[in-house]
Design a protein around this ligand. Sequence first.
Ligand code: SAM
Length: 265
Amino acid sequence: MISGECAGFAIFAATVGEGGQPSRADVTAFYDEFLDRQARVGVNARHRAILAWLLRFGMRPQDRVLEIGCGAGTLTQLLAEALPRGSVFGADLSPRTIDAARERLAGFGNAEVVAGDVLELDAGEEPYDAVVLPDVIEHIPVELHDALFGRVAGWLKPDGFALVHYPNPHHLEWCHENHPDRLQIVDQPVHANVLLDNAYRHGLYLSYYELYSIWLREGDYVVAVLRPSAGVGGFTRLPQPRQSPIRRLARRAARVARRLLGRDG
Ligand SMILES: C[S@@+](CC[C@H](N)C(=O)[O-])C[C@H]1O[C@@H](n2cnc3c(N)ncnc32)[C@H](O)[C@@H]1O
């Protein structure tokens, strides 16, 4: 029995748009309807896990964060709470979902959400400390990932990072074979080679990748952290633990002994 989040969606009669994918209107309509499920689930373990990853990779209370595919504002709310001196700007394709997110976020002065396709989003001129894509890239046709990562790279500060969270591609393949009824309208496995191909083309390098478990023993989610190569600077030595004087003396004595015995290289 699986209980991951590929679970849960019903048959949706989509018309086929460009590249054999459902049209944008159909995808929007799907997510307008999907809102009922998102609202029912609310904040869950996956959202909390994503927040924990962001904090682990350096998100600070004063940061400006851009959230792509913010849905009903569940993670957005956690972000607004975690960014007391910063802000979160979220965007989602589905206008109905954005209405629900606005309601959820009404009490937060540091959270703003807009409806629109990430590929056309105006996220302002100022770059972001972090861009988070929480379970959205698998729903954006993979042929568009080149353009997507071009935009993500353009939104980041040189020392910023993008955190991409998405389902284990092998699990999604398994769902396609065994439970297509549980898939969303566009729900593609994203293997690391495809992710990295698109990211590296836009000057983003992989700084962390992990397949990990929330609900499935075999690993249901991937977290990948991408950073701008432009932010790679000099390298500095880490402070090392000091050697005890006795050890230092012993090493020096060993060196002298080697020299006296003519074995010093
Ligand atoms: C599985 S839901 C995840 C929602 C939320 N991020 C979460 O973690 O609960 C995927 C979301 O991506 C949004 N989405 C899909 N394609 C998009 C696009 N091209 N631009 C912006 N949002 C998109 C959908 O409207 C939907 O709300």
